[in-house]
Design a protein around this ligand. Structure first.
Ligand code: F6R
Length: 426
């Protein structure tokens, strides 16, 4: 554990900052529920509308085309490819989409980096699905990934192209058959926070729609417990934000944050001088471990790596000593909870400091770990979105403590666009 005292400097009081982005996440999710769910069913505009004449898949709806890729529809025969593509934080969202869609709708999904996808020649087939995720809708790798499909001599018009964007008038949106707007609103921070959460939430909704269409729920109760937790998620997030972010928003030079007032701030203070961090998670929490590590690099300028928890023993474990904080997303709701607990024990055995993110009242992790960040109960598939909030806040707080320009991290731009590529700017 490497600690420093909380500075007396007030962080960004009274102006819009990345903290206000994160603070706004529950409202974004509430709005998505209101706009995209009607009477318990997912009603994303365009999802159930037939593709027009001239398209190779004319007459079919995007929902039908996507669900035709399900294992349940094609138990042993020909199956179409379902690819999800993105860059950076949006790539982490594609990885989350892969887990969610596979778990819920039994559709095999491939996540790709846009920067790689645009340069390989995919073997496309009639009825394949390609979803490109880009908040700006202008990231050159994302836009070029779609263009290379459109340019394909035989299959250009026979693949369903979907844009998941935060800007419906973007270049990417204009080139796709279906546009799903994540409705996150503008972000103050160059590094994305509520944009990731909104995208993840849209994939929760899309997975629900696909599970309904593919009839993959094992029982009605399974669906209703997921939907109940989905609707509760904004309030659960608000509970975490009230505890962990409100003290930071209300602090001033006259009234700095006191020890014990904000658990996450204390954890930030005690670990901010670390030179490296490891983030672990399994299943659908693995993408969140990657995104937590990315935020740590971008905002705190601390080197960090994210791994699927069990991979640690295949190499990274050699790095663990008393100077290595290890953040572990380990909800009891996770099917591999016991295994993650033994990963934590391996870290402890090497004197690493563990920061566990789990549900409230987890006594055994309270005993085992240096720090526990407690979350409200939620559904296993929704935990990644809830766990993301403290990870974003921790990186933000450590950035503040290190006096970094958290809203505009060095070397980053909001969108690596066509213009920037042409100017050789990246
Ligand atoms: C990280 C971040 C970047 C973007 C990436 C893709 O915080 O913001 O990694 O996620 O440049 O941007 P979009 O989503 O606009 O394509």
């Amino acid at each position: 554990m490497v600690s420093m005292q909380a500075p007396l400097q007030a962080p960004d009081v009274g102006r819009e900052t990345m903290l206000t982005d994160i603070w706004g996440t529950p409202d974004v999710l509430r709005n998505l529920l209101q706009v995209y769910m009607k009477n318990g069913s997912v009603e994303i505009p365009g999802l159930r509308e037939k593709l027009p004449a001239g398209h190779g898949l004319a007459g079919k709806t995007p929902l039908e085309i996507m669900s035709a890729c399900s294992q349940k529809r094609m138990p042993s025969g020909f199956m179409n490819r379902f690819s999800v593509i993105g860059s950076g934080t949006s790539w982490h969202a594609t990885l989350l989409a892969e887990y969610l869609i596979e778990y819920m709708a039994r559709i095999p999904v491939e996540a790709h980096y846009a920067s790689e996808y645009r340069y390989h020649e995919p073997a496309l087939r009639l009825g394949d699905v390609v979803i490109v995720v880009s908040m700006s809708g202008e990231t050159v790798d994302a836009v070029e990934s779609i263009r290379q499909i459109t340019r394909h001599p035989e299959m250009g018009k026979s693949v369903l192209k979907v844009a998941v964007v935060n800007n419906s008038s973007s270049s990417l949106a204009s080139e796709c058959d279906l546009v799903i707007n994540v409705r996150a609103g503008a972000e103050v921070g160059v590094a994305s926070t509520k944009g990731f959460s909104a995208t993840g939430f849209v994939f929760e909704l899309l997975s629900l729609a696909l599970a309904d269409e593919c009839d993959t729920w094992s029982a009605d109760t399974e669906r209703s417990s997921f939907v109940k937790r989905l609707q509760e998620l904004p309030e659960s997030m608000k509970e975490v934000l009230d505890r962990e972010a409100k003290p930071l928003m209300q602090t001033s030079t006259d009234k700095p944050i006191g020890i014990g007032e904000c658990p996450l701030w204390d954890i930030g203070c005690q670990n901010v001088l670390a030179q490296n961090f490891i983030f672990l998670g399994r299943g659908c929490n693995f993408p969140v471990a990657l995104e937590g590590a990315m935020k740590c690099k971008e905002l705190a300028y601390i080197h960090a790596e994210g791994y699927p928890a069990a991979e640690m023993k295949h190499g990274p474990i050699a790095l663990i000593d008393e100077f290595m904080p290890v953040v572990v997303v380990c909800p009891r709701a996770d099917a591999t909870y016991e295994k993650i607990k033994s990963n934590i024990e391996e870290v402890k055995a090497r004197n690493g400091a563990t920061i566990a993110i789990t549900e409230k009242y987890n006594d055994e992790l309270e005993q085992l770990c240096e720090y526990v960040i407690a979350l409200p109960e939620t559904h296993e598939y929704l935990m990644p979105l809830l766990a993301m909030v403290p990870l974003q806040l921790l990186a933000y707080m450590m950035g503040i403590l290190r006096n970094n320009t958290v809203d505009h991290p060095r070397g980053l731009v909001k969108s690596v666009s066509v213009k920037l590529e042409e100017s050789g700017g990246y």
